[in-house]
Structures are given as structure tokens and as C-alpha cells.
Design a binder for this molecule. Structure first.
Ligand code: HEC
Length: 114
């Protein structure tokens, strides 16, 4: 391989490795453009069962500000109920995030979870 080809080869490999890692990171980040209605359904079915004040602290969208929801979801691996989260698909969790975030305490449409 001559020098020119070597540089081209290294450039292509770094590009591929770089895009692989940014995709892996993006897959982990929650966004608020999921399905709000589905998120409400999943939350009531898979989270409210405990978070209605019976087995865990009662949680509604307006229990936290948007920034607090953001932080909770960024660090959900540290929560006591992480095993419960893992029973949901990444896409379902993103819908739950969308629902909670879009109706957080300081959102335009705060909501309780009745
Ligand atoms: C089996 C019961 C159970 C389920 C189901 C469950 N959790 Fe939890 N969760 C807990 C317990 C226990 C804690 C620790 C705090 C407490 O005792 O309330 C907790 C803590 C949390 C906290 C931190 C509490 C706070 O006020 O900061 C958040 C946020 C949370 N859970 C979100 C969720 C979400 C979202 C789901 C659904 C994907 C979920 N949980 C499902 C039991 C559960």
C-alpha cells in the first residue's frame, strides 16, 4: 500500500468507527418526539402499578419538571426499579418519556395521571 492509499484507508475506518459509536449513543438517548398517547398507556400499565403510591412513590407527569424528567431518564440505570424498565422496549420507554416530559410540571400542558 502506498502512503496515499494508507491515509485514505485510515480515514474511511475512522469514519465508520465514529458513526458506529454516535449511532450507539443516539439509540440510548430519549427524545420527546415519541407517541404521547401510547406512552400514557405504557406508563399506566407498567409503571403506575407501583407508582400510584402503593409500592412506590406516586408519580404523575406533573410530579417533576421537564428537566427533572430528563435527568431521571438519563440515569434510570441507577433507579431501584431498573429491572422494571428493562421489561419495556426502548421504543416504549421513549413513548413514556414523551408523555411524562410533554406534560411535566413546567410544560405548557401539565397533567396528572388519573
Ligand atoms: C415493581 C414496582 C415498580 C415498577 C413497576 C416501577 N417502579 Fe419506579 N420505583 C420503584 C421503587 C420501589 C422506587 C424507589 C423509590 C420509592 O420507593 O418510591 C422507584 C423509583 C423510581 C423513580 C425515582 C423516584 C423519584 O421520585 O425520583 C422514578 C423516576 C421511577 N421509579 C420511574 C419509573 C418508571 C418510568 C417506571 C415504568 C417504566 C417504573 N418506575 C416502574 C418501583 C417500581
Amino acid at each position: 500500500m502506498n502512503k496515499g492509499k494508507k491515509i485514505l484507508f485510515i480515514t474511511i475506518i475512522s469514519f465508520l468507527v465514529g458513526s458506529f459509536f454516535s449511532m450507539a449513543l443516539a439509540a440510548d438517548a430519549f427524545t420527546s418526539d415519541g407517541n404521547d398517547r401510547k406512552g400514557k398507556y405504557v406508563f399506566r400499565k407498567n409503571c403506575r402499578s407501583c407508582h400510584d403510591g402503593s409500592k412506590a412513590v406516586a408519580l404523575s407527569p406533573n410530579s417533576k419538571t421537564q428537566a427533572q424528567w430528563q435527568r431521571a431518564f438519563e440515569k434510570y440505570e441507577r433507579l431501584k426499579c431498573v429491572e422494571e424498565w428493562k421489561k419495556n422496549s426502548q421504543s416504549d420507554l421513549n413513548d413514556v418519556y414523551t408523555y411524562l416530559y410533554n406534560h411535566g410540571y413546567d410544560s405548557p400542558q401539565p397533567a396528572t395521571c388519573q
